[in-house]
Write a protein that binds this ligand. Sequence first.
Ligand code: G3P
Ligand code: MG
Length: 246
Amino acid sequence: MSLKIPKIIAHRGSPREAPENTLASFRRAKAAGATWVEFDVALTRDARPVVFHDDALDRTSDGQGLLAETDFEIVKHLDAGTWFGPQFAGEPIPTLEETLELLAELGLSFNMEIKTDPGREAELAKLALPIARDIWPEMLPTPLISSFSRIAVAAAREVAPDWPMDVIYDRIPAEWKDDAKTLDLAAIGANHKHLTREQVMEIRGFGLKLSSYTVNEIERADLLFQWGVDAIFTDVPGDMVRHFGN
Ligand code: G3P
Ligand code: MG
């Protein structure tokens, strides 16, 4: 399937202007000129998909302990804004449904990253993909589904055979072509710190798109685009869109 992604993808929204992975952060990304956002989806103990990055609640909310060991009834009342700034007090950890409804309303497409709680990757993919397919309007750009977990991507593929997907790597492994064929990938995601020009050329030559994370310096982004990288994930979407366009 074909994948159209913009150069700039707002990583967890606009996380230097608002608390990451919150509705406020996605609104800021839109205001900053982004057309796509990346967010992370993970499961509460009682299997509710919510938008959250870390395993533990502590850094980006007033909760404690692991998200995977906390029921949604608790999670939904947590404050995911005050840690960032008092003006965001009461900002909740959004559900997947709330996030997608807002993005659809804003006309922001998305890259959904399925987090990798060991043993629950397939469960999460099989819960999150039907929600995304149900909510996402067909008239908006088709999203990209990603994970560091091959298990998650394979499970997502079963639910959404026609949606573009990628595997994200820290260091691109020797077997990336096998992953691409087995999982019918449309793209590869790669940590820019380990990426080489040769890898970019090989992946693009193989017919895949390439996205790279997390790039916050204009000069580095410029070099990556020169190499042929299609998209960067960035914490500074406003700066990047102003410089490179979309
Ligand atoms: O998908 C790009 C990036 O989001 C992967 O790493 O840890 O920021 O979710 P992380
Ligand atoms: Mg992510």
